[in-house]
Design a protein around this ligand. Structure first.
Ligand code: BGC
Length: 757
């Protein structure tokens, strides 16, 4: 298809018709020109292809298929290769099902643990989310299927998600809420992107030119098409003007008519409509050129997909606690499984990502199928919370526990707690589960808790249990994966991609979530997640990046390729990892950068590299990271871009954000200065921070200082007085040199003239 030629042949009405869908899941066809429609479907943790009644809330059924671990779990694998393979696997399935575009991944930041959709998002850290998202998008698109990452951007809660206004300052927006999108766009060139429902700083994202054009296209080089979230379209003309291309779902005759009217009345330039049509057709054309004939899904393809879902679940599970050698379980021990989730596990979230699973494994059946001897007690019944019934079930579990050596309790959040469309009220488990765990953990037996959750939960019983294995929302293979991890056939290697606080009130967004009337002010700024907990030195239940193993790793021999670099250079950092335990296992090696003293407020540590490495018992490997200038940068509003200030930076390598094992120092010298206009109220230290300031004001101050040294009054300043005086001078606006009679106003103005000259 020659897109340019085609657009030139289209009537205005045909063009306008293309700017909204023809139904819930398809673009509009133009038969006269042989232009077909194309289908988009939800994911992102499986394919939700609806063939009957359609909806965007996961209510009506879709094809029966494999459900993979949710995004929150995938990020916990810290494995970009697996994220890529998940994308590729889904891309293939889309090809089999004639789906041209998959609506995912979701990569919004986890500002609060109670956002109803946290299971659908990757992390509270933009670097991790961006890298995983880029790999996933590259995987999908490697199969000739378009990806549509979402929801662009600052869409971090479900409460009033369709109308709320997120107020976010420029630095926070770029440094936290846009960085993941930026990495993903630059590293994977998605063919589409979905704008969010909400407003950002007073403008709906579907009409936000700054976001859709200035940042997305002009700054980052995005060249796909922008589609609205389902039902997020507002003014047709305003949308196109801002850089929006497609409004979904359709049909939307009103949209088509409004576009035609706006062009005919001269309010909207037809070239802008052409741009939107061209963007959509470029993607359509690309998918047609890359159409593959894999034939339909078969039992064999489903089995392979299930095996991959199991691998992903194994790699995503996080061993939060393991004391008294509770895990792995040993054959020969009497093991009791307790809890509803042991038979009917929670394995995915609710809403538009809901997958119609063909088969879901559960731990009881999986364990028995693997030849493990286990007994089972229900412990509680979520459908019948009648006091008497609850008492009987709890007593039965306690009775069964007496016969057991080890109790494994299956707990987690029910589906009604975590969903698209609403946020959680708190981070608690259902009370009957807390009670069950508390009771069973006091029976004098080893107690293991297996969690099923898409976001952090409080664990008031944490001190009394021996081990916690967090399966997250692990997809269809949850039961099989859990059993393989519990018995140590596979060693847990996932790490938390979101900090677990003790209490919801510890979270930095707490005072401003969900905001009055659903209009949150992101007052905590850049300090979300571990950036806050680390800066405040405030420990949580489990930190970002935390995850144990059945083996142990020793870190040694950190090396940096250069001690001193400029902001234009890269630096390599290597470290040696040694498996000193008895299991073949994987470790996620994490690299954080910590700025030394800084004039601007900066996080104590920020993730700037990670890699997952597999080691046999006794094996050592050297892991190398390459850091570029962005690893040392913050977003500077004076230049509306990232900036690296000169200074000393610590490179910290560890096993979690607060388990740093090796540290090295690098000095970075900036090759550019921030623009500054000097006036009477510029602080002296800001002037001295510039080369020009040092050259012009430096000698004047030196002279002043020398003069004071000779003064007889010097002793009057007392011990440390000179230092105090210097500090006071440095923080003063330059005009105060005149106010205090040190220089005349004319002399100050003369200095300013030279500085600005
Ligand atoms: C969700 C999107 C989803 C769309 C289509 C919306 O409600 O926010 O993530 O892709 O529906 O189902």
């Amino acid at each position: 298809m020659n897109v340019k030629d085609l657009v030139s042949k289209m009537t205005l009405q045909e063009k306008a018709s293309l700017l909204s869908g023809c139904d819930f899941w398809h673009t509009t066809a133009v038969e006269r020109l042989g232009l077909s429609e194309f289908m988009m479907c939800d994911g992102p943790n499986g394919l939700r292809k609806q063939e009957g009644e359609t909806d965007h809330l996961g209510l009506n059924s879709s094809i029966s298929t494999v459900c993979y671990p949710t995004a929150s779990a995938v990020a916990s694998s810290f494995d970009v290769d697996l994220a890529w393979k998940l994308g590729q696997t889904l891309g293939r399935e889309c090809q089999r099902e004639n789906v041209a575009m998959l609506l995912g991944p979701g990569l919004n930041m986890k500002r609060s643990p109670v956002c109803g959709r946290n299971f659908e998002y990757y992390s509270e850290d933009p670097y991790l989310a961006g890298k995983i998202a880029a790999a996933y998008v590259n995987g999908i698109q490697s199969e000739g299927v378009a990806a549509c990452p979402k929801h662009f951007a600052a869409n971090n809660q479900e409460y009033r998600r369709m109308s709320g206004n997120s107020t976010v300052d420029e630095r926070t927006l770029h440094e936290i809420y846009l960085t993941a999108f930026e990495i993903m766009v630059k590293e994977s060139h998605p063919k589409s992107i979905m704008c969010a429902y909400n407003q950002l700083n007073g403008t709906y994202l579907s009409e936000n030119k700054y976001m859709l054009t200035d940042v997305l296209r002009d700054k980052w080089g995005f060249d796909g098409f922008v589609v609205t979230d389902w039902g997020a379209g507002k003014g047709p003309k305003e949308g196109v003007e801002a850089g929006l291309d497609l409004v979904m779902p359709g049909p939307r005759d009103d949209h088509e008519k409004a576009i035609i009217k706006a062009v005919e009345s001269g309010e909207l330039a037809e070239e802008k409509v052409d741009r939107a049509v061209t963007n959509i057709l470029n993607t359509l054309n690309w998918t047609l050129e890359n159409k593959k004939d894999y034939g339909p899904s078969t039992d064999e393809t489903r089995a392979l997909d299930y095996a991959f879902a199991k691998e992903l679940a194994q790699e995503s599970a996080v061993l939060l606690k393991n004391e008294n050698k509770a895990l792995p379980l040993k054959d020969g021990n009497k093991i009791l499984f307790v809890g509803e989730f042991a038979k009917a596990p929670r394995y995915q979230g609710s809403g538009s990502s809901h997958i119609n699973s063909a088969y879901v494994s559960n731990a009881v059946d999986s364990a028995r199928a693997a030849g493990k001897e286990i007994s089972f007690a229900l412990g509680y019944d979520s459908r019948n919370k009648d006091l008497k019934n609850s008492y009987i079930l709890l007593e039965e579990a306690v009775e069964a526990a007496r016969e057991a050596d080890i109790i494994v309790i299956f707990a987690g959040l029910p589906g009604s707690y975590e969903s698209e469309g609403f946020d959680r009220k708190d981070i608690n488990l259902p009370p009957e589960q807390d009670k069950l765990i508390d009771e069973l953990s006091h029976q004098g037996k080893k107690t293991v808790v297996v969690m099923h959750n898409g976001a952090p939960v409080a664990m008031p019983w944490i001190e009394s249990v021996d081990a916690v294995l967090d399966m997250q929302l692990a997809g269809d293979a949850v039961g099989d994966a859990t059993v393989s991890l519990l018995w140590g056939d596979v060693v847990p290697s996932g790490k938390l991609a979101e900090s677990y606080p003790f209490k919801l009130t510890d979270n930095p967004s707490f005072l401003n979530f969900p905001g009055d009337g659903g209009n949150p002010v992101y007052a905590e700024g850049i300090y979300i997640g571990y950036r806050y907990y680390e800066k405040k030195r405030r420990p949580g239940l489990f930190p970002f990046g935390h995850g144990l193993s059945y083996t142990e790793f020793e870190y040694s021999d950190i090396k940096v390729s250069k001690d001193s670099i400029t902001d234009k250079d890269n630096v390599d950092v290597s470290v040696e990892i040694w498996n000193i335990g008895r299991y073949l296992a994987k470790e996620v090696v994490q690299l954080y950068v910590s700025p030394g003293s800084s004039k601007v407020s900066r996080p104590y540590k920020e993730l700037k590299g990670f890699t997952k490495v597999e080691l046999s018992p006794g094996e050592k490997k050297v892991v190398t990271f390459t850091l570029d200038s962005r690893a040392f940068a913050y977003y500077e509003t004076k230049i509306h871009d990232f900036y690296v200030p000169s200074g000393d930076y610590s490179i910290m390598i560890g096993s979690s954000v607060n388990d740093i094992r090796q540290t090295a120092e690098v000095h970075v010298e900036s090759t550019s200065e921030l623009p500054i206009t000097f006036d009477q109220f510029t602080a002296i230290e800001d002037i001295l921070d510039t080369k020009k300031g040092q050259a012009i004001l430096g000698p004047v101050l030196q002279q002043m200082n020398d003069g004071m040294g000779e003064s007889e009054d010097d002793d009057a300043l007392g011990e440390g007085g000179a230092e105090m005086f210097e500090k006071m001078i440095l923080e003063m606006p330059i005009i105060n040199l005149a106010s205090f009679g040190i220089l005349s106003t004319d002399e100050v103005n003369g200095i300013l003239e030279k500085l600005n000259g």
